[in-house]
Each structure stands twice: as C-alpha cells, then as structure tokens.
Design a protein around this ligand. Structure first.
Ligand code: NAG
Ligand code: NAG
Ligand code: NAG
Ligand code: NAG
Ligand code: NAG
Ligand code: NAG
Ligand code: NAG
Length: 537
C-alpha cells in the first residue's frame, strides 16, 4: 500500500466514523428498500451511456441552486445520493428504480440530469461561492415516499468547513478572470484543452481548462483535503458538481469555436493502454469507456455532447451572440472587459458591499480585487489607450512532479503574511495556482512540464483605483509589479518550499493590449502577448 493510499484510507475511515456518529443518517423508507432494489438490479455492465431523451427531447443539466427550487427533482437527488452513501458500494443497484417507489417521482427522474456547481460566477446575494446546500449544514430536510424527514446531508463535506469556503470566495475573482480569458483568447483546442506545455513562439496560451480544473481541486480541497481528493473524489458529490461544470464550460467553449478539435499528437506519458510517443487522435479508443460490448468511445463520437442525453441552458437553442452575452454577464465582472457592457454600471454604490460583508456566510471577494460594479472607477485615461486596456497575467510553467505531490503557487501584492496557514485567505493574495499531482507511484519523478496562469488585472485595477499606481499602462504597472509582486510555494500539508528550489518553476509577467467589447454580443479582442519580466530572475 502506498502512503497516499494509507492517507486516503484513514481519511475515508475518519469520514465514515464522523458520518456514522451523527444521527439521523439515511432516509427511512419504512421498509427494507435495499432488498427490493437488489432483486430488481440489472446485471452490471461497463458500457457508458447517457439517460434517454424524454419525449424525444434532450434535457438540461441545471445549476445546483436552480435544481433546489424544483422540489421533486431536489428530493430525488438527495434520496439518490443518500442511498449511495449509505449502501454498500458493491451492491448493484440503479437509483432510477427508486422512482418505482412513488409515481410522482417518475417524471422528475425521466427529466432529471445531474446539476453543476458554477465556481466562477458571482453567487446570488447572501450566498457564498459554495452553495448553502453543500456548505452549510450536516443535515438536510427531504421528502420521500415515507414523508418528510431530516437526514444526514449527502452533499455536505467536512473537508470544506469552514476554511475552504472562504478560500473559494477569495479566489472567485481569479477563477472568473481565468475563465473569461479562456473563452475570449483560446480559439484552438490544443491550447485550450490541456495543461501540457507546448513550446512555441507565442506566450499567449499558458492557461487551459485542465489547469483551471486543477486549481479548483487544490484550492477547494485545501490543506490535506486535496491529497485525499485525488483518490476518493469520485465518492464526493461536490466533485461531481465540479466536473459537471467543467463539462459545461467545455460545451460552451465548443459552441464558440466549433471548427477546432482533437489533432493527432504523440502521448506525453503512459496510461494503462498507451505508451509515450504513441500518436493519439480523435479516433483513439477512450479506454476503459465502452460504447457497446466490443468498442470504446472515441473523441469523435462525443464531439456533440448531446449523445449523452443532456445539454445546458447557455447553449440549447441559443445563437452564438446569446451565448456570448451570457458569458459577458456571468464572467466578465472582474476586468475592464465589461466596463462598457454591464447594464447596472450606473447603479454602483457602496451599500451593496456593506450588506455583503455583514451577512453571515455570504460571498466576499479578496481585499484587492476590483470589479466593474465597484464604486471605485478610475479615470478612463488610466485604463485605456488607443481604445485598448492592458490585461496582466502571470504565466506559470513548472514540472508537475517537482515536489512529489500536489502544491500551490501563491502570488501576493505587498508584504506576505508570515503565517502560511493564512495565505489562502490573505487580503492581499492576488491568486493561487494549484498543481494537482499524484505522488509518484513507481518512485521515479518524470519530467512533465505543465502551465497555468494567475490573472493580475483585477488586483492592478484595484491599485489604480486606490491611487497606489498611476495607470494600467506598462510604464506604470510594470515597475509597480516588479517591486510589489511576491511569490510563495506551499505543499499540500502546508509546508513552505523556496520557489527558487522548485524544479522547472518559471513565472513570467506578460500583458496584452485588449479591446473591450462595446456590446454584450462580442468578446474582448486580445493583442499579442508581451513578456515583461521573469519574477524569479
Ligand atoms: C427541517 O425542518 C424543520 C421543520 O420545518 C426545521 O425546524 C429544521 O430546522 C429543518 N432542518 C434542516 C436541517 O434544515
Ligand atoms: C497554440 O497551439 C499551437 C500548437 O497546436 C501553437 O503552435 C501555438 O503557438 C499556440 N498558440 C498560442 C497563442 O500559444
Ligand atoms: C459549427 O457551427 C455552424 C454554425 O452554427 C454549423 O453550421 C456547423 O455544423 C457546426 N460545426 C460543427 C462541427 O459542429
Ligand atoms: C459498437 O460500436 C461501434 C462504434 O459505433 C460500431 O461500429 C459497432 O458496430 C458496434 N458493435 C456492436 C456489436 O454493436
Ligand atoms: C429547443 O427548441 C425546440 C423547438 O422549438 C423545443 O422543442 C425544445 O424544447 C427546445 N429545447 C430546449 C432545451 O429548450
Ligand atoms: C445583451 O444586450 C441586449 C441589448 O442591449 C439586451 O437586450 C440583452 O438582455 C443583453 N443580454 C444579456 C445576457 O445581458
Ligand atoms: C516568451 O517567453 C520567453 C520566456 O519564457 C521569452 O524568452 C520570449 O521572448 C517570449 N516570447 C515572446 C514572443 O514574447
């Protein structure tokens, strides 16, 4: 047993003890439903397929906050998750069969699709980034075939309380900027999709959906949390919610750039069925996911996500312009990209923020982020020049296996708090990039260079708005960043590592002159990426 397995086992045991000790546990169906379902269980199959269409129509995956407003579907979801958590994982069952317990749930089940958790959107007033159903209470009320009951909340996760809830709020500006940049500046699948470093003449695409996905795991998982998550994440509903959101982002991106997809590339490292150097293309079998008794799914077969029987409100029956308007509205808040298109920009006032910070559990961004609704709007000449403003980004490249496990790279403006345990929630934290890595199984550390980014624009806008730097232009921002931007590296267990000793770590501060959209139906237009300085030089 490797040590990571031991740690996971201990965490899993602790987790089950905690759960087992707390009443009231699983929903009481009033009879031994377990036996009923076992009898009806179909023979197990490893064929992957989506739920059937309902009346010939593809159903939408909902935002978890919206699912909660649909009483039947919400109850069904909780009952199913509760069932899975309290039933022997080996027992073959289909949770769809729970619907046979009550007719009313049947339509709810036929149109049910798993929800997603949008970790990049500003939450509704009074909420934090982590939805209350996931983060607030170890118990939850549910109505099933045996009436309303209070059960152990199957969505609640102890690793997220209370610290990482704050960390998720603090990082929202960073995650949202990264996502907006991916939508607006990554028109090529090879660059958008994965974190592998593709050496090239251009420094414009250090981020990727995979890299942003990793950062949610490490920041959300926090100290110790993410060590366990890599192995047991499949049992945690929050990570299904996270992954459904990654699927959704990928679908939205495909809708924007539908002429680019998987191109043949040699595999960088081995998997159970491929070896390094072997060329993979859009028809390479995606093992171990069978499409039928003999064949595996391929990338070509899943290019249209609707083969799995679901879609998303952002794309279903929508024009490209409508999708772009949604992206601008949901994800354009923390950069000047949205300065001309935010409908409520004339209504900005301070009371909003006062209200937020007084409300228990409500979202509060970090102390140095700026957003387009902020009352602190700098003079336009300090932002724009020739109709363009400058997006500032830290391009990060590092050996994924540099530290034999997951680690975090943090950027601060000004003095770094001496206590590393406070870094994830420090008021002057600009952002954190998380490297989500296994402990090397075979004991050897492979060279695998990966890239990611930490956007700096929102923090710089805050500095411009508060008069600490005169403008966003290079002649002011570059020297300011040179003397104030600080980097720190920490391991999953909180241990601090000197950034200069991390194998392959290179952090370049880059910028691009960007044209902000003048209407909500266009995205921002990026210029070439210019390299300013190496933070570790
Ligand atoms: C469940 O409902 C009861 C009665 O409405 C309420 O008092 C209780 O606070 C609820 N519990 C939870 C965990 O929401
Ligand atoms: C995107 O990836 C291609 C290789 O597929 C590379 O040639 C190009 O430079 C990348 N674009 C940017 C902006 O980095
Ligand atoms: C891309 O979108 C266009 C316009 O909606 C459509 O005609 C075309 O079939 C799409 N291509 C793919 C590969 O989905
Ligand atoms: C399995 O799926 C593949 C790909 O769609 C198809 O070519 C093949 O005929 C299928 N085989 C069976 C036994 O259905
Ligand atoms: C898309 O439009 C069709 C035809 O109007 C309609 O039947 C269907 O319900 C719509 N789908 C969604 C997801 O709104
Ligand atoms: C985009 O702008 C149009 C016209 O100004 C407006 O009608 C529409 O509601 C906006 N869309 C979004 C998603 O804000
Ligand atoms: C890209 O970044 C490297 C440093 O990693 C730098 O040497 C090179 O000049 C940059 N390329 C451009 C086009 O700015």
């Amino acid at each position: 047993m490797t040590s990571i397995h031991k740690i996971c086992l201990v965490v899993t045991l602790l987790f089950s003890i905690v759960v087992a000790d707390i009443q009231p546990g699983q929903y009481d169906y009033g009879f031994t439903a377990d036996m009923r379902l076992r009898k009806r269980a179909p023979s197990q199959s490893s064929i992957v397929s989506g739920p059937p269409r309902f009346n010939g129509e593809v159903q939408l995956r909902p935002d978890i906050r919206d699912l909660q407003k649909d009483e039947d579907k919400w109850n069904l979801y909780l009952l199913a998750l509760s069932w899975m958590q309290f039933t022997d994982q080996e027992s073959p069952f289909s949770w769809y069969q729970i619907t046979e317990l009550q007719d009313r749930f049947q339509e709810a089940a036929a149109t049910f699709r798993i929800p997603y958790w949008d970790w990049a959107a500003v939450p509704p007033d009074g909420d934090s980034v982590l939805p209350p159903s996931v983060g607030d209470s170890p118990f939850i009320n549910v109505t099933g075939p045996n009436g309303p009951q209070t059960i152990t909340n199957p969505l609640f996760s102890y690793v997220f309380r209370p610290f990482n809830t704050h960390a998720l709020d603090v990082h929202l500006p960073s995650f949202q900027q990264r996502l907006y940049n991916l939508f607006s500046n990554y028109p090529i699948y090879a660059n958008f999709s994965n974190e592998a470093w593709i050496p090239g003449p251009n420094n414009g695409s250090y981020d990727s959906l995979e890299s942003l996905h990793d950062a949610i795991h490490t920041v959300g998982g926090g100290v110790y949390g993410h060590l366990a998550i890599i192995a047991y994440s499949g049992f945690d509903p929050l990570f299904w919610l996270h992954h459904a959101n990654v699927d959704r982002i990928f679908t939205m991106w495909q809708y924007l750039y539908n002429d680019t997809y998987v191109i043949p590339q040699p595999a960088v490292y081995s998997s159970h069925t491929t070896s390094p150097g072997q060329v993979e293309n859009s028809q390479t079998p995606l093992t171990p996911f069978f499409v039928n008794e003999t064949d595996f799914w391929t990338a070509d077969m899943v290019r249209d996500h609707q083969v799995f029987g679901y879609s998303y409100a952002e794309v279903a029956n929508k024009s490209r312009a409508e999708l772009v308007a949604t992206i601008n509205k949901l994800y354009g808040k923390f950069s000047p990209a949205s300065i001309f298109t935010r409908p409520d920009r004339s209504l900005r006032h301070n009371s909003r923020h006062t209200k937020h910070s007084n409300h228990r559990g409500s979202y509060k961004a970090n102390g140095i982020s700026w957003n387009s609704q902020s009352s602190n709007r700098p003079f336009l000449g300090a932002i724009f020049r020739n109709g363009r403003y400058r997006e500032w980004i830290a391009n990060i490249r590092v050996n994924k296996h540099a530290l034999g496990g997951s680690f975090s790279i943090h950027l601060f403006l000004g003095d770094v708090p001496p206590d590393p345990s406070l870094w994830p929630v420090a008021p002057n934290l600009v952002g954190t990039h998380g490297i989500f890595a296994h402990k090397s199984v075979h004991g050897h550390v492979s060279d695998r260079m990966v890239t990611g980014t930490i956007p700096i624009t929102s923090a710089l806008m805050h500095m411009v708005a508060s008069g600490k730097v005169s403008s966003l232009h290079a002649e002011d921002a570059e020297p300011f960043l040179k003397s104030n931007l600080k980097v720190r590296v920490s391991l999953a267990n909180g241990k601090v590592v000197n950034a200069r000793h991390v194998n392959g770590l290179c952090i370049n501060i880059v910028s691009s002159a960007v044209k902000a959209p003048e209407s909500n139906s266009t995205l921002s237009e990026w210029g070439d990426m210019e390299t300013h300085f190496n933070l570790l030089a």
